[in-house]
Design a protein. Structure first.
Length: 362
C-alpha cells in the first residue's frame, strides 16, 4: 500500500469447498513473530503459533487439522466462538417479558453454549481487516435469526480478531437485536503455553477475589464466594496443579473480574469497550512464555480441560485431561434465571461491545 511494507500479513486459503451452502476459508494473520489462524466455520481459532526456544514454531492451542473434524468431532468446542449464550442456562429455559423460552438440553437438563447447534456450527461471512501497518486481522459476521436455538430476536453478530506488532491478540464481539434477548459471546480456545503436554505446571495469578458458587450441575446458586484460603485462590501466583485435586476433576468455574459492579446495569452486557481490566497472567517456565488476559467482561470461566481425554487432535495427537486450559471471558452463567446478577439482556437499539485481549510474551 503506497510502497509501505506491511508488518502484519493476512493470508487466505480454502479450508473446505463449502458447508451448509457457504464456502469455508482459513485466514492466517502474522506479525513476523507469531501468527494465528481462524476459519469462518464457527469463527474458530485453529492455531496460534509462536517461536519456541529451539527456534521452531509451536502451536499454543488445541484443535484439528481439517474443518471436517471440527464439524464431526468438536464436542470440546476447541477454539470456537460460543453462543448465543455461552456457558450454561439452568434447565434450558428462561423467561423474558413474561414469555417462556425453551432451549436445547444438551448438558444433562441444562443448555450449554447455545445447544446442539450453537453459532460454533454456523458459517460466518469473513473478510480481512487492515487497521494500519501494525494492526490487522479478520472480521466475521453472522445473522442469528429469530427463534434460532430457541432464542428471541434477529441478532446481528460481529466478531473481530486483530493482531498487533506487540503480540496482542484482541477479540471484539458486538451484537444488536430487534427483540430483547440474552446474549453472552466468548471464545473457547484451549491454551497450552508449552505447545504440548500437561498444563498442571503452568502458573496462574488472578486479579480475582471471588468465584461463583455452583451446584453439582455447575449451575450458579447466585452467591459469590471469597476465594481466600480455598483451592480457588489464585490471587498469589501458583501452579494450576497445586490444589486441583481438591476441586474434583478440575477447575470449571466462573471467576469474578474487577469489571463486576452490581450497581452497573450494563455490567453483564457491556455497551462500552473503552475500559479493560487485567484478569490474569499465566506462565510456562520451560519455554518462558507468558500470557495476560484483559477484558471488559464481569466474569471469566477457568476450565482445565477436564473432559478432553482421548480426543484425537492436530497431527494425530491424543489429548489427555489437563492438556490445556480455557479462559472464557463472559457474563455470569445462568444469568437469565438469576435476577441477583447484572442483566445479560440486550435490548433493541443497543449495541453490545465485549472485548478481550490475549497478550503474549515470548
Amino acid at each position: 500500500m503506497n510502497g509501505v511494507k506491511m508488518m502484519i500479513n493476512v493470508k487466505k486459503e480454502d479450508f473446505q469447498n463449502s458447508y451448509d451452502g457457504k464456502k469455508v476459508f482459513l485466514y492466517t494473520v502474522s506479525n513476523g513473530t507469531m501468527s494465528f489462524s481462524v476459519t469462518n466455520y464457527g469463527a474458530t481459532v485453529t492455531k496460534i503459533d509462536f517461536p519456541s526456544k529451539n527456534g521452531e514454531m509451536e502451536n499454543l492451542v488445541l484443535g484439528f487439522d481439517s474443518v471436517e473434524e471440527y464439524i464431526k468431532g468438536n464436542g470440546c468446542y476447541f477454539g470456537v466462538v460460543a453462543g448465543r449464550f455461552a456457558n450454561r442456562i439452568g434447565n434450558g429455559c428462561f423467561q423474558i417479558e413474561g414469555k417462556n423460552y425453551q432451549l436445547d438440553q444438551n448438558d444433562g437438563k441444562n443448555c450449554l453454549h447455545g445447544g446442539f447447534v450453537g453459532i460454533n456450527h454456523r458459517v460466518f461471512d469473513i473478510e480481512p481487516v487492515q487497521i494500519d501497518e501494525n494492526l490487522a486481522g479478520v472480521k466475521l459476521f453472522y445473522l442469528s435469526k429469530d427463534g434460532e436455538q430457541g432464542m428471541p430476536g434477529n441478532v446481528e453478530l460481529e466478531v473481530t480478531y486483530l493482531l498487533d506488532k506487540n503480540n496482542n491478540l484482541t477479540c471484539f464481539y458486538t451484537a444488536k437485536t430487534d427483540k430483547a434477548t440474552p446474549i453472552n459471546i466468548t471464545n473457547h480456545a484451549y491454551f497450552n503455553l508449552a505447545g504440548k503436554g500437561t498444563i498442571l505446571n503452568h502458573t496462574v495469578k488472578m486479579n480475582s477475589t471471588k468465584v461463583l458458587e455452583v451446584n453439582d450441575k455447575l449451575i450458579p446458586t447466585g452467591k459469590l464466594l471469597d476465594v481466600a484460603d480455598t483451592p480457588f485462590d489464585f490471587t498469589t501466583e501458583k501452579s494450576i496443579g497445586k490444589d486441583i485435586k481438591e476441586v474434583g476433576s478440575g477447575y470449571d468455574h466462573c471467576y469474578v473480574t474487577e469489571m463486576y459492579n452490581p450497581d452497573d446495569e450494563h455490567c453483564g452486557c457491556p455497551l462500552d469497550d473503552s475500559d479493560l481490566v487485567e484478569f490474569c497472567k499465566v506462565k510456562e517456565l520451560e519455554n518462558d512464555v507468558e500470557m495476560q488476559v484483559f477484558t471488559n467482561m464481569e466474569g471469566c470461566q477457568f476450565y482445565t480441560g477436564n473432559h478432553i481425554k482421548g480426543t484425537v487432535g492436530k497431527n494425530g495427537q491424543v489429548y489427555k485431561s489437563h492438556d490445556a486450559f480455557c479462559l472464557e471471558t463472559q457474563c455470569f452463567p445462568d444469568t437469565p434465571n438469576k435476577p441477583e446478577f447484572p442483566t445479560c439482556v440486550l435490548q433493541p437499539g443497543q449495541l453490545m461491545k465485549a472485548k478481550t485481549i490475549y497478550s503474549f510474551n515470548f
